[in-house]
Design a protein. Sequence first.
Lengths: 346, 389
Amino acid sequence: MIDSLKQVLCKFGLPRLTIMLFLVALLVVATINHLPTSMLLGNSLVRIGMNGVMVLAMVPSVQSGAGLNFGLPIGIIAGLIGMLVVMEFRLTGFLGLAIALLVACVLGIAAGYLYGLVLNRVRGQEMMIGTYAGFSIVSGMCMFWLLAPFKNPEMIWVVGGKGLRMTLAVGDSLSGILDRFWGFTLFGVKVPTGLLLVFAVACLLMGVFFKTRLGISMRIAGANPAFAVSCGINVDKMRILGTVLSTALGAMGMVIYCQSLGYVQLYTAPLMMAFPAVAAVLIGGATARKADVLNAVLGTVLFQTLLTIALPVTRSVIEGDISEVAKTIISNGMILYALTRKEGDG
Amino acid sequence: MKEGVQVKEGLRVKEPLRVKEQLHVKELLRRNAVPALFLCMCVLGVLISGQNIRYIAQELISRLARNWFLVLSLIIPVTAGLGLNFAIVLGAMAGQVGLIVATHCKLPGLVGLITAVVLSIPIAILLGISAGHVLNKARGREMITSMMLGFFANGLYLLVFLFMVGTVFPIDNPEIVLDTGVGLRGTIELKYCKYALDNLLRIKVLGINIPVGSFAVVIALCFGMRWLYKTKLGQELRAVGQDMGVASVAGINVDRTRVIAMVLSTVLAAIGQVIFLQNMGTINTFNSHQQIGTVAIASLLVGGASVTSATVGQGLIGTLLFQLLFIVSPAAGQRLMGNAQIGEFFRVFIGYGIIAVALLIHSWGRKSSLESASRQAMMKEEAKTTGSM
């Protein structure tokens, strides 16, 4: 009896359990302190939808054997460019969103292909190279934002008439377009139906993809490269495919993130964005070698709910905004924990 | 300095030379390609920026005084095969804690500095030991782990100094604590001990102020490291860096040696950060330590070091070139593109970019240190089985 319990615990994972208990404790404190629970849950739902696709982006990269995609900022930049193009031409509504997603996807695929080529040469060091490739691209793009030929006066600095601003408002018709789509209120909880629907569809497609021939070959290539070669699978190609999928998903995830946030944040804002996404999928029970859609969904739900609820709850107990600090500690601690474990190979 | 030699030898190629010597020159150039490239960029930058040479020299001297020590703290882990130690951030934090306490107690001048160092060393040793143990669990992924360790520790640092000061630790000092009574101020002026080391002895050469005290400490460190590598411990560090398997068979306690390397590096980084901040005069409480890792590592790499080999000379030259580029790039950006911010972004980009490129070159088809680690495990197993027989 105790043994089987232990087994369940092992399978479930200590960090996941800790975070769940923490979450329950926070919810209890929230209800005791009469915080507006329905609003908190609504906000959590929005944040789950906002970040979900970027977390999902980790899955193909891990499955293909390229490890956790610390180079997510490469995709994020592609997503930002997609948003900027739409804003420059003042496209609105669903047409605007579709074009932003399309541009992001195309750029993401191109960037992901190049990134995949690099990753194939540096096996075993993907995480480190990915992190610094991401950092370099984000800081290199800082120069691009200053010099980019955008003309829309709402986007560029008023003084000097050149260079994009730090934070750009997305515009009324585009901001929150998915959140409002089919949105309804249930027991005082605002449900961002469109946003969650997009995340659900993305998860579904990803799940279906891994059931196809190509998806299965990719999983084999990631799980056991030697066996994959003997099956006639081109491992290098599969790794590139995984990286391309991951980068493109990251790009589209960023577009979804921006429309929900209502702002496009440029310059150094995307620098650290890979880490929460990596942490989320790890919290969901993934390792550097094994991750599935369920891990991504569960991880996003746990992590984002925790972060959303932690802020007002801690504020009711102590002063100041502890949420950012909590995010730093939890996400980096989670990644550190995963790195020091044996399965974390890669 | 090395570049000077190279150029001279390059000129001499015109004279008839034996093939062997020509090869030697090529080899020398190949080996020092990175510093040579950065030297060219620096020269171009200086020319384009059109800044006063005396201003540049003064700026450079003061930047060298504050950065050299920190950069040198990276070398020991590289020798021990731990790669670039992104966790010197931990040491920097320890140094800052020491300085904050010294400022809180209003200790003046050198007394304050020495107190800060003395306080920070035990913290740094503790952090170094834990970092070493964590890295021992993450063989083959030491660098990413040390980086995440830095980020994680930064979170804890924020937690302590933003929320626990004034609530858990009863510190009531309006000079360093926010008006609300909780959390430290974003910038803390080191009123009592700033410039203490620099002002110990200043010499003016050609109108340039030289803080001899800081340089003396750096020179002492250089000799100290030279001495260290001659001792038994130094040899063990090297052996572990070359091959953990062989070292372990030779009877060296690999895990312990690696922990010692991390402790040394962390302690040196703590002292380095104290030197750095006394030269700056203010602490950016929540930012000062964060850039340290990237800047120091980029400096070392600019000097031609790699993930597996780094020397004191490379650290010194690399810092010189990197800081020179740092000084001139905003003005060069202003002249070239009409925007000083371009130059600022450019130097950040160079910092990250050089690390990315160095890591790329290092991993491009190399045998991973994972193999070395697994070989060690294998040999241990073998030793066990033979022992039991």
